[in-house]
Design a protein around this ligand. Structure first.
Ligand SMILES: *Cc1c(COP(=O)(O)O)cnc(C)c1O
Length: 394
């Protein structure tokens, strides 16, 4: 039984990062911070990278620091950092820790814009990049060279949903002093704790479930080691990263209901996934929470739940049929991103988003996000569209 001195995560997410007399931290809109004396200004400058010091708007304000403390609770780390977007969070550790000549290993199922950023900027600045099979596990050891400095993980991938054997990879990395980072956007710390599995840096797009309402873009980084936090914080500043206090406010507000919302996304997503497995017109459901998934055992071992994002393979190779299917859906709306309260659909193209592994499947992949609508209405929407598209001829 939890006691008052050891509250469970849901309780801590409601109460953490509350420093002032109001329930919600007031929004600080600030560029200039004022000082009464030169001594105070000089001291603030010397301590400007220490968390909690207000020096200039870009270095953070009390509302941002309070939210970062709550994010550390979410991920089970000691320090967190807000950055302008999820993609900025993915890229920051690479810029902060890699130098020309270093070798970087990146999971082949990585969020596609992160892949583009790595190919366009990180590789071009003299870092040697190798993409690896998401299911490589301890086999990662064979790809490591004396120059390997970092391993980039994302589990599960947000289009193809392979779950990585994180403990197997971090065991190899720790033995060799290689830094690891993991994109935890899909599950968040509510369902998955990469830091507990030996990862050094957790990154996520708060844009998705933390904000939860599709109305702000924000990235988060969390670490256990204060030295890593310091380096990331300095790098964010020297790169000119700045976060909007209004977006941080929305994210802090979203965080309070995160675990309640995720429980519903989990339930609805799995209900739809199980149901879709029985529907004519659906060739396969790709969801690690299904017993039919090759990743199910790892998911059960390392995750305590699933979010609402998964994919199906339609029983067709015809693009027109898939277009008809997604355009007929009316509750599932079409658009990028996910993690908000609304259900979304997108046609995916995994074959073009990987380089180390093949995606031999020709049948068309459609990604679904189960929102907070009633699951029965979502089923009816899917059933109608499968029929209209001619995928379900029953
Ligand atoms: C959306 C997403 C990001 C990027 O987040 P933005 O805030 O849109 O930049 C990074 N990783 C994953 C897995 C995502 O789904």
């Amino acid at each position: 039984m939890p006691t008052a001195s050891t509250p469970l995560l849901q309780t801590r997410l409601v109460h953490s990062g509350r420093h002032g007399p109001t329930v919600n931290a007031p929004v600080n809109r600030a560029s200039t911070i004022l000082f009464d004396t030169v001594a105070e200004l000089t001291e603030a400058k010397a301590k400007r990278f220490d968390k909690g010091t207000t020096f200039y708007g870009r270095f953070g304000t009390p509302d941002v620091f309070a939210f970062e403390d709550a994010v550390s609770v979410l991920e089970g780390g000691t320090a967190s950092l807000c950055v302008p977007s999820g993609l900025a969070a993915c890229v920051l550790p690479l810029v902060a820790f890699l130098a020309p000549g270093d070798h970087l290993l990146v999971v082949d199922s990585v969020y596609e814009p992160a892949r583009t950023s790595i190919e366009k900027f990180i590789a071009r600045s003299g870092v040697d990049v190798t993409f690896y099979d998401p299911r490589i596990g301890a086999g990662i050891a064979e790809l490591i060279t004396p120059k390997t400095r970092m391993i980039y993980l994302e589990s599960p991938g947000s289009l193809t949903f392979e779950v990585q054997d994180i403990p197997a990879i971090t065991a190899v990395a720790r033995e060799r002093g290689i830094l690891t980072m993991c994109d935890n956007t899909w599950a968040t710390g509510v369902f998955h704790r990469p830091l507990d599995l030996g990862v050094d840096i957790v990154v996520q797009a708060a844009t998705k479930y933390v904000v939860g309402h599709s109305d702000a873009v924000l990235g988060l980084l969390t670490v256990s080691d204060p030295a890593l936090h310091r380096t990331l914080r300095e790098a964010a500043n020297w790169l000119g990263y700045n976060v909007s206090p209004d977006d941080v406010y929305l994210a802090a507000r979203g965080l309070r209901s995160l675990s309640a919302r995720l429980r519903q996304h989990h339930e609805t997503g799995l209900a739809l996934a199980h149901w879709l497995e029985t529907r004519p017109g659906i060739a396969r459901v790709i969801h690690p929470g299904l017993a039919s998934s090759p990743d199910h055992a790892l998911w059960k071992r390392d995750f305590s739940g699933a979010s609402g994002l998964f994919a199906v393979l339609l029983d067709t190779e015809e693009a027109d049929t898939a277009v008809r299917f997604v355009e007929t859906l009316s509750i599932f709306a079409m658009g990028f991103s996910w993690g908000g309260y609304e259900s979304l659909v997108l046609i995916g193209d995994p074959a073009h988003a990987r380089s180390a592994t093949e995606w031999p499947e020709k049948r068309i992949l459609v990604r679904l996000h189960a929102g907070l609508e009633d699951a029965e209405d979502l089923k009816a929407d899917l059933e109608g569209a499968l029929k209209t598209a001619g995928l379900d001829r029953s």
